[in-house]
Structure formats: C-alpha cells, structure tokens
Ligand binder design. Structure first.
Ligand SMILES: *Cc1c(COP(=O)(O)O)cnc(C)c1O
Length: 394
C-alpha cells in the first residue's frame, strides 16, 4: 500500500511515459491526452527541445539560492515582462503561491496608501488555489468547508457582472484590488467579456485599485494570444502565472506593472526554490518554443476546429441536441456544458483511451497541449462525441 495522504480521487491508471499528446500506461495501452496534466504540459510530453535544454541545465546547475543573482531568472523575467508588457516578476513554484504573492502585494499596497484593513474583490466560482488565503479567495464553498476560519479581507461578487463591482466601489472604502480569472477554468470555462474587463480596468484606474488577473490556467498562449486579458486590449497591474509556464517543471510567477511596481522591498516576500535555474530554463524554453513554432496560432486554429467538430457532432435540427447546454471556451481551453452531472464520462473516456476532465459536475473540460495536431484534434472529437451521445441517451 502506498503511504500517500488521501487527498485525491484518482482514476485507476498510472502512466510510464509520454510522447507528444500520447501517454502510455503500465500495460502499454496508449491514450490521447486532452488534459495536459491540467494545462501544464504546454509542449506535450517528451518535447525534444525542452528535454535537451533541461538535460543541459541539470548537468550544469539546478539550484543555487535567492541569496545570489540567478541569471536564468533574470532572463526569464525579461522575457515575461516583454511579452506581458509589464515591469517586474516574482518567481515561485505554483499557482497558489503566485496568487499568495499577489494577495500580499495588494495588502501591502493598501497599507502603503493608509488603508489598515485592505479588502480584495473576488468572484463567485473563482479558483485561486488551496493555501489558506487562496482558498479563501476561491469561490467554492465545498472546497472551503472544514477549513474555517478562512482568511478575511475578500469581498465576493458575481463573475462578469459590472454592476456588482460598481456597487462595492460605491460602498466599500477598504477595497484595494480586484482579482479574477479572464476565463474561469475550474469554475466551468466561463469567459469574461472584453467589455467587462475594459470596464473593470476603468474602475481600477478611477479608484486607484490594482487590477489583478489570475492567468494560471488561461495564460501562456492557450487562448491564441500570450495572455487572455490581451483579447480586451488592456494591461493589468498584477498577473499570476504557473501551470503551463514550465511545461511540467514547477514554476509560478507574479508580475506587476504600473502602480503595483516597487511595492515589495527586500524582506517582504520570498521563496527558497522560486526562480531556480532549472525551473527558469523550463520557462524560457517553453516561451521560446511557443514563439518559434507559432503555437498561439496553433491553439487558436485547433480550438476552432475542435469546437466546430463538437458543435457539428452534437448538433440537432435547431442548435445543439437536448442535454448539451453549450460548447464554449477560447483556443485550447474548451468546455462542453451538459444539463446533468456527467463525471462518469471521465471513466468512459479513459476506457476508450482518451483523457478528459469534468469540472463543476456538468462541464466536460478539454485542455490539449499547444502542440496537438489537426489529426489528433479530429481524433479527440471522434472519440468524445459518441461518448457524450451515448451518455445522454441513457
Ligand atoms: C490551478 C490554478 C491555481 C492553483 O495552482 P496550483 O499550482 O495548483 O497551486 C490557481 N488559479 C487558477 C486559475 C488555476 O487554474
């Protein structure tokens, strides 16, 4: 018996190796991977350029410390600042840590403005992580249950609802920031309107609040552009990244721009592992391959292809068949909402050699690697559509 803590409901499979968008289990069975380790394996499995860059780095230097200068971190920060058009980067090791940094930054920013009890606006159905502060920011009562007392200082509003934010703006002088996902991932692939993001930007400017976007899942090319908020042509003050940044090597980042720069001083925040040479080499290589292989265009085109294929396969005379509420998302962040709980589809897909996920009980979620081919995308649709059709017939 393994001595792992019982924190996950795991599927009955273990993988031994992978190649591109394929994974192989202990029996040698092959699977089409439409999950990418929850949006982590940006470059798929065993990508030759990533393997070469990491192998070389492992042979030279994996870790020193933030007691010293780290050139790989400096270079990765330059690259991220350039593509995000932002100014500063703090490296950590995961999404929740990136959000912890953002939350601490917002609080410090508030205190620096003379606000002693700073509050951050967060959204219903939001997911920001599992640490105490990020769990408190998360909009999921089930995930929070049993961990009270939660961290205070969060004000919750409905997602993509401008009037709700305006109301808080009019009534709560303690607010210092708004934190939201441009596309909610765990919350069911809910896409914020560009108009909403632009209006939030405007309120943040007027109220001197920090606009903080959590792009841990939707960022880094997945929606056909470097970052999902860029579809609205706005610049946030703070952005958090993790998942896809290192293509499987743990790394997170909290970026700051404008009024959020210069808030942290030495001693305010830190991380032992954060920004080490190995993780930053993974990030630099991931960013380089996304750019040189034009994987953003790939994500956008393949996303269209997959969504079109799904809509076609699940079509009735007047729209979608009964039982399918919506096919939505952007690029390779795809959700298929059904009108009933459909968690069982995950096991059925597994049996057919396909890796998918269901979130908020009713939304089938697809997060393919940015290197998936058109043929693999078509295969994904061809495998998934009959599974959904059969499931809805029962
Ligand atoms: C996964 C996720 C997180 C948490 O990331 P971890 O690396 O698991 O801590 C935070 N925000 C969003 C939007 C996520 O999808």
């Amino acid at each position: 018996m393994p001595h792992l803590m019982n924190t996950y409901g795991r599927l009955p499979v273990a993988f031994t190796h992978g190649e591109g968008c394929r994974l192989f289990d202990e029996q040698g069975k092959s699977y089409l991977d439409a999950m990418s380790g929850i949006a982590v394996n940006t470059l798929g499995h065993n990508h030759p350029r990533l393997v070469a860059a990491l192998s070389k780095q492992i042979g030279r230097l994996m870790h020193t410390s933030n007691l010293y200068h780290i050139r790989e971190a400096e270079e990765a920060s330059d690259r991220l600042a350039s593509i995000a058009k932002m100014d500063e980067v703090f490296f950590c090791n995961s999404g929740c840590e990136a959000n912890e940094a953002a939350i601490k930054l917002a609080r410090l920013y508030g205190h620096q403005q003379g606000i002693d009890q700073p509050a951050i606006i967060v959204m219903e159905q939001a997911f920001h992580g599992r640490t105490l502060a990020t769990l408190s920011a998360t909009g999921n009562r089930k995930a929070q249950a049993g961990f009270e007392p939660l961290v205070s200082g969060f004000v919750r509003v409905p997602f993509d609802d401008l009037a709700a934010i305006e109301q808080v703006a009019a009534n709560n002088p303690n607010v210092v920031a708004v934190l939201f996902e441009p596309i909610q991932g765990e919350g069911g692939i809910n896409v914020a309107h560009n108009k909403y993001m632009r209006a939030v930007r405007k309120i943040c400017n007027e109220k001197n609040w920090l606009m903080m976007v959590d792009e841990v899942q939707c960022g880094l090319g997945r929606t056909g552009i470097w970052f999902a908020h860029q579809h609205a042509d706005i610049l946030p003050d703070v952005m958090t990244l993790a998942k896809g940044l290192g293509s499987g090597v743990p790394i997170g980042a909290c970026l700051a721009a404008g009024r959020a720069t210069g808030v942290f001083k030495p001693g305010n925040h830190g991380s032992t592992f954060g920004g080490n040479p190995l993780a930053c080499t993974a990030a630099l290589t991931t960013l380089k391959v996304i750019e040189t292989d034009d994987l953003m265009t790939r994500a956008s085109e393949l996303g269209e292809l997959i969504r079109d294929g799904l809509r076609h396969g699940l079509a009735s005379a007047d729209g979608l068949i009964k039982g399918v509420v919506e096919v939505r998302g952007d690029g390779l962040l795809i959700g298929i909402e059904l009108d009933r709980p459909c968690g069982d589809l995950v096991k059925r897909a597994l049996a057919k050699g396909l890796l998918i996920n269901v979130t908020v009980e009713k939304v089938v979620r697809l997060l393919p690697a940015l290197v998936m081919s058109d043929a693999e995308g078509a295969e994904l649709v061809a495998l998934l559509v009959p599974l959904i059709l059969d499931f809805l017939k029962e």
